[in-house]
Design a protein around this ligand. Structure first.
Ligand SMILES: C[S@@+](CC[C@H](N)C(=O)[O-])C[C@H]1O[C@@H](n2cnc3c(N)ncnc32)[C@H](O)[C@@H]1O
Length: 385
């Protein structure tokens, strides 16, 4: 007999516990003589809610809060009518006041570091201003790039959570005016757009990677430069370099006596990086693990900005082998960051600084910039080369 006596569609009352990674809170509901964990979306810690079961896994359930019996003081009415149980899967925190969204994200980052890397840290999630034309304090209209699904009737939509089903969306409240819109049915295009950050311009494929919040590139560049404190003449590796955002600023900082090598796996992005960097940094196209294994680089500084799954062991170990005095790790997934931080620790690199940025208001997503330095060595910026 299965231990779990719930089926999709069942409803059960629950008192919600802490927030968990992935945009839900943890609750426990009776299952025979025991209790079983249910990860509940659209709820807040401390709330008493009616949970509708949306998924039955081997050892836990998934659910949606379809009725709130005791509301948290942090609960607000979602500004978008499509945000909520069973509707658009794009936003999962619209029912939470903006400052409380940041507190939830901070709790998740701290919990992941504690559980996966054994580190105890106070985390604050910093709001990020947009550019003047996007400066809104309500957490809406900040997305400068949107990918919709084209619907047969000519409308466009976004998918439901954990589903291929598409919800028609006529006015996504996150989309900023003038956003680059991509329809996933559209032909892949050769088009590029120009993005400007400080003194530098970047050609980016219209459907290629670029941060979606207008305040993200300057905030991340500033955070990376300030933790690494690059010095003239240093050798820098910019791994997962995209179209060369960090490389451009790192090349300025290390000057003509230094060097920057940008490594990027996507051919189109790498070729745009060559154009964007115009000889001020070298660009190598290829997978980071393979490029590092082939080149046996030595580096003073490394920037690591991997996709959601993180850098993982082979890359972390190859980075350590380059002997850097400091590594700036830019992370869009705190669990992957924490797992990689634990691998760095095995190799004598410790986390000495962590900043977290609210680059994705109304969603559970959060971006971190972590500094890792050799434990026995000097803090970044003060040691011998
Ligand atoms: C989070 S984006 C960062 C891009 C860039 N640093 C920026 O800020 O614009 C990650 C980048 O890594 C690239 N990428 C993903 N897996 C890779 C791999 N195994 N090796 C090299 N590049 C990879 C993607 O194409 C993407 O450009």
């Amino acid at each position: 007999m299965s231990e779990i006596s719930y089926a999709v569609g069942d409803r059960v009352e629950a008192v919600c516990g802490p927030v968990a990674h992935g945009g839900h809170v943890v609750a426990r509901v009776p299952a025979g003589e025991r209790q079983i964990v249910v990860f509940v979306r659209h709820a807040l810690p401390g709330e008493r809610v009616v949970v509708e079961i949306t998924g039955v896994e081997k050892s836990f359930l998934r659910g949606d809060a379809v009725e709130v019996l005791d509301a948290s003081p942090d609960r607000v009415t979602a500004p978008c009518p499509l945000a909520g149980p069973g509707l658009c899967g794009g936003c999962d925190f619209q029912h939470v006041a903006l400052p409380a969204q940041r507190e939830l994200k901070a709790a998740v980052v701290a919990e992941q570091l504690s559980r996966l890397a054994g580190l105890s840290r106070e985390v604050t999630v910093e709001p990020v201003p947009g550019t003047v034309s996007y400066s809104r304090a309500d957490g809406l209209r900040w997305r400068t790039r949107m990918q919709y699904v084209a619907l047969p009737d000519g409308r466009r939509g976004l998918r439901r959570h954990h589903s291929h089903e598409v919800v028609p969306v006529d006015d996504c409240l996150l989309e900023a005016s003038g956003a680059r819109v991509v329809l996933d049915r559209s032909e892949s295009s050769e088009a590029t757009v120009t993005e400007t950050v400080g003194p530098h311009s970047f050609e980016v494929a219209a459907d290629g990677f670029w941060q979606v919040h207008p305040g993200a590139p300057p905030a991340l560049v500033d955070a990376v430069l300030s933790v690494l404190a690059p010095r003239p003449g240093e050798r820098v590796l910019d791994l997962y370099a995209g179209v060369g955002l960090f490389s451009a600023f790192l090349a300025d900082a290390v000057g003509p006596g230094g060097s920057v090598l940008a490594v990027e796996g996507d051919r189109r992005a790498a070729s745009l990086a060559v154009t964007n960097l115009a000889g001020r940094a070298s660009v190598e196209t290829g997978r980071v693990d393979r490029v590092l294994a082939r080149r046996h680089e030595k580096a003073d500084l490394v920037v690591l900005d991997p996709p959601r799954e993180g850098a993982k062991r082979a890359v972390v170990e190859a980075v350590v082998a380059t002997g850097p005095r400091a590594v700036a790790y830019v992370a869009c997934d705190p669990a992957a960051l924490a797992r990689d931080v634990a691998i760095f620790a095995e190799h004598g690199y410790e986390l000495t600084s962590l900043r977290a940025f609210d680059l994705f208001p109304m969603t559970h997503h959060v971006e971190c910039v972590a500094l890792l330095v050799p434990s026995s060595g000097d803090p970044a910026g003060s040691g011998p080369r």
